[in-house]
Write a protein that binds this ligand. Structure first.
Ligand code: GCO
Length: 495
């Protein structure tokens, strides 16, 4: 199977298309026979299940555990033309006809740029201990180069100060996909120079905010840029070029390493690491072919990012599969892997779904899916990925920076949003994380994706991922039932 075909199957978009074409709905697929490490313990939670009540305190988390929630700039801020913000690839992409559902854009989104103070109060009411947000590169450098825009830095300074005033620890992502369009016009992530531009931007942010931000994340989900942005073209910049895709994978990781070094060079005591979406890849059956295919799939999904950052080498099976003449292989310069593997302080894990890989390199759906049909609900996958990292890469401090599910939540006439399926999902995944901690995994914090309903990329506003409902016409916020439940979890420090 060609690289493109496999990687198309590999992406969320293609996965859902495949599932739809096969008529696969919830509960499709046979039960695992071997099913990999988690076989036999599957507890895919039912998205329609009723919660069994509030937290009972049976599963206590370590003292000081960092209960949090996450967002990203383009998905919530709006304020697209304010205070000197430049254009990003997502402005261009979402405004192009047919690229997003209903033609939705992030021009207004949840209007967080204007409502951040109210949103900070909502975070305080939830009792959050940690808030993960992202900084919009085009607010800091409209064209991706040059002196930082003070008004952009000031916005994030106000946000960070507001978090500290409310006792919430800031965790800032430097790049959550909103590349300045001017840099895209100069070749984007295909151009090695973009990695150096990123390091300059990171340095400007570190100097502007550094003393107030204890934890930094470099690149959010490089794999999604590779797969959705450059293989499927379903995300900005919307290309379909497998050679370019893996060169981009290398340059994104180079950018990560350069930013780690830039932070150290400022003398900051802040911590830093990448934010990786990781997927356990299980063989779909017990054939040798499925075992081999699942291993290579794991290479593309996980080891292509983990081995390089944590061990200083790309996985040989993936490099072999790409070929010695691939653009990526030819783009790796001497010293790059030393840069990429610069020591990190924490590894951010984003867990949404497992993959079940067949002997021909395709995938099958085994568990109920959420409104996002690429997402199979499988809490044990959280346990498997966390324990696997510790087993294979040593005791690197871990934070879960995204976990959650979308639902078609509605605001009822009495002003409530009953998202019981989300409560079940979160409870089961938190329990899986707790099990990993109790077996020695150094997991420090957990962030729900997401704090607020927001712009879900190509899906526009149809999928609601928030703990807090956003009524877009009025921008009114309504904490969902899951938000009330989460507040009690935080208060009890457990389930
Ligand atoms: C990602 C991003 C988030 C998404 C979330 C739900 O993982 O794609 O980090 O921006 O909104 O994951 O799909």
């Amino acid at each position: 199977m060609s690289m493109l075909t496999r990687q198309q199957l590999n992406s969320r978009a293609a996965l859902s298309a495949t599932a739809r074409a096969a008529g696969a709905g919830p509960h499709a697929g046979a039960p695992a026979t071997t099913g990999g490490p988690a076989a036999g313990r599957g507890t895919g939670s039912d998205p329609d299940a009723q919660p069994t009540g509030g937290p009972r305190g049976d599963l206590r988390f370590p003292t000081g555990f960092g209960w949090g929630a996450a967002t990203s700039a383009y998905q919530i801020e709006g304020g697209a033309k304010e205070d000197g913000r430049g254009e990003s690839v997502w402005d261009t992409f979402s405004r192009a006809p047919g690229r997003t559902r209903n033609g939705d854009t992030g021009d207004v989104a949840a209007d967080h740029y204007h409502r951040y103070a109210d949103d900070l109060d909502l975070m305080r009411d939830l009792g959050l201990r940690s808030y993960r947000f992202s900084i919009s590169w085009p607010r800091i450098q409209a064209d991706g180069t040059g002196a930082p825009n003070q008004r952009g830095l000031d916005f994030y300074r106000r946000l960070v100060d507001g978090l500290h005033e409310r006792g919430i620890s800031p965790m800032a992502t430097l790049f959550h996909w909103d590349l300045p369009q001017a840099l895209q016009d100069a070749g984007g992530w295909e151009n090695r120079d973009t990695a150096y531009r990123f390091a300059e931007y990171a340095d400007a942010v570190f100097r502007g905010l550094g003393d107030q931000v204890p934890a930094w994340l470099t690149i959010n989900e490089p794999k999604t840029v590779v797969q959705n942005g450059y293989l499927i073209g379903h995300h900005a910049p919307g290309f379909q070029n497998p050679q370019a895709a893996y060169l981009v994978a290398h340059h994104l990781q180079l950018a990560h390493g350069l930013a780690v070094r830039a932070l150290r060079a400022t003398g900051s005591t802040g911590r830093i690491g990448p934010a990786l979406n990781l997927h356990p890849c299980y063989p779909a059956d017990d054939s040798a072919e499925a075992g081999r295919a699942a291993h290579l799939y794991d290479g593309y999904e996980n080891r292509l990012y983990l081995d390089s950052i944590l061990k200083g080498s790309y996985p040989a099976d993936v490099l072999d599969d790409l070929g010695a003449d691939s653009w990526m292989a030819r783009g790796i310069a001497d010293g790059d892997l030393e840069t990429i593997s610069s020591p990190i302080d924490l590894l951010a894990v984003q867990y949404y779904t497992p993959y079940y890989v067949t002997g021909d390199g395709g995938t099958v759906t085994r568990w109920p899916t959420s409104q996002a049909d690429w997402q199979q609900i499988y809490p044990d996958g959280m346990y498997d990925i966390l324990t696997r990292i510790t087993r294979d890469y040593g005791p690197v401090p871990l934070t879960v920076t995204e976990n959650g599910l979308p639902q078609a939540d509605t605001l009822s006439a009495d002003g409530t949003v009953d998202d019981n399926g989300r409560i079940s999902f979160l409870r089961d995944h938190m329990a899986a994380a707790h099990r990993a901690i109790s077996e020695g995994v150094p997991l420090e914090s957990y962030h729900v994706w997401s704090l607020l309903d927001n712009f879900e990329w190509a899906e526009g506003y149809d999928q609601r991922w928030g703990l807090i409902y956003v009524d877009y016409p009025t921008q009114r916020r309504v904490p969902k039932r899951s938000a009330h439940w989460y507040r009690e979890v935080i208060r009890a420090n457990g389930l």
